[in-house]
Ligand binder design. Structure first.
Ligand SMILES: C[C@@]1(CC(=O)O)c2cc3[nH]c(cc4nc(cc5[nH]c(cc(n2)[C@H]1CCC(=O)O)[C@@](C)(CC(=O)O)[C@@H]5CCC(=O)O)C(CC(=O)O)=C4CCC(=O)O)c(CCC(=O)O)c3CC(=O)O
Ligand SMILES: NC(=O)C1=CN([C@@H]2O[C@H](COP(=O)(O)OP(=O)(O)OC[C@H]3O[C@@H](n4cnc5c(N)ncnc54)[C@H](O)[C@@H]3O)[C@@H](O)[C@H]2O)C=CC1
Length: 196
């Protein structure tokens, strides 16, 4: 089973090999998290042109030199042998690699996710059913709507204020725990209380 972590991508170079539908989806995911990526393929689907300055497109077939300095790699070509070579190289060289046609060679996978500002809900089936991951995500999308972006920011702000202003640990923790029982309007009012 795959373990879930949240990565700070800033310091790492990300390279995607392949320029088709799947490579494009993986690429958009990184961009969603503000990460610029390098993509290597002899041919790109036209959608890549719309990503402009958010990607560096290199028109070439895969060569080891393209990934030797990167930490996160996606092998997303439609050539099983090429994907396998990338997977094996990365596993040997301590790199994170997502091989889109082989869970065995992947040392990480990409979940379905819902992102509302800093709220992130991700769903994984450890490769058993990507379609189910997608369905569960779609089921949750309406429950966790766009209003959660402001809500999560306010929770963060009020929590920081309470930590700074309330010395007693028991009172502090109870105050913080109770914040999630407030609705958006009540939370805005709660913020004002601590801003005085
Ligand atoms: C292991 C994993 C590795 C990885 O790529 O990270 C993987 C592997 C494979 N996917 C395949 C097929 C499909 N993948 C999707 C969709 C998604 N696949 C994603 C992730 C993952 N896919 C990882 C496991 C995630 C988990 O644990 O649940 C999602 C969640 C995230 C994303 O890719 O962004 C994204 C939904 C995004 C969203 O909308 O939320 C659909 C459905 C669709 O497009 O609607 C289909 C067709 C139907 C089907 O097969 O189910 C095939 C067979 C290829 C073939 O037949 O040749 C393989 C290879 C294999 O299984 O060996
Ligand atoms: N993990 C996932 O979520 C999914 C994985 N897949 C798998 O992903 C593979 C790719 O699917 P698509 O993107 O739809 O294929 P595609 O045919 O649209 O694109 C393949 C891309 O690979 C590039 N390519 C081929 N040889 C290359 C090389 N030597 N070096 C660099 N790039 C090379 C091609 O130029 C093309 O841009 C499929 O073969 C399938 O097995 C399919 C669906 C979902």
């Amino acid at each position: 089973m795959f373990y879930s972590i949240n990565l700070e991508l800033d310091k790492f170079e990300v390279v995607i090999i392949g320029g088709g539908e799947v490579a494009y989806r993986k690429c958009k995911n990184f961009i969603d998290f503000n990460k610029k990526v390098k993509v290597i393929a002899p041919k790109f689907i036209k959608e890549f042109q719309g990503l402009r300055d958010k990607v560096e497109l290199i028109e070439d077939i895969y060569k080891e030199e393209y990934i030797k300095d990167s930490f996160i790699v996606v092998a997303a070509t439609n050539n099983k042998d090429v994907n396998k070579a990338i997977g094996e190289y990365c596993n040997l060289n301590n790199k994170l690699v997502n091989v889109v046609d082989s869970i065995e060679l992947s040392n990480y996978t990409v979940p379905s996710y819902i992102k509302r500002g800093d709220l992130l809900i991700s769903v994984s089936t450890s490769g058993k059913s990507p379609s189910l991951s997608r369905k569960i995500k779609e089921d949750l999308e309406s429950q966790y709507d766009d209003s959660y972006e402001e809500y999560i920011n306010l929770l963060g702000e009020v929590r920081r204020k309470i930590i700074a202003q309330v010395d007693d640990a028991t009172i502090r923790r109870n105050l913080i725990k109770n914040l999630i029982n407030l609705n958006l309007k009540e939370l805005r009012e709660e913020k004002n209380k601590y801003s005085k």
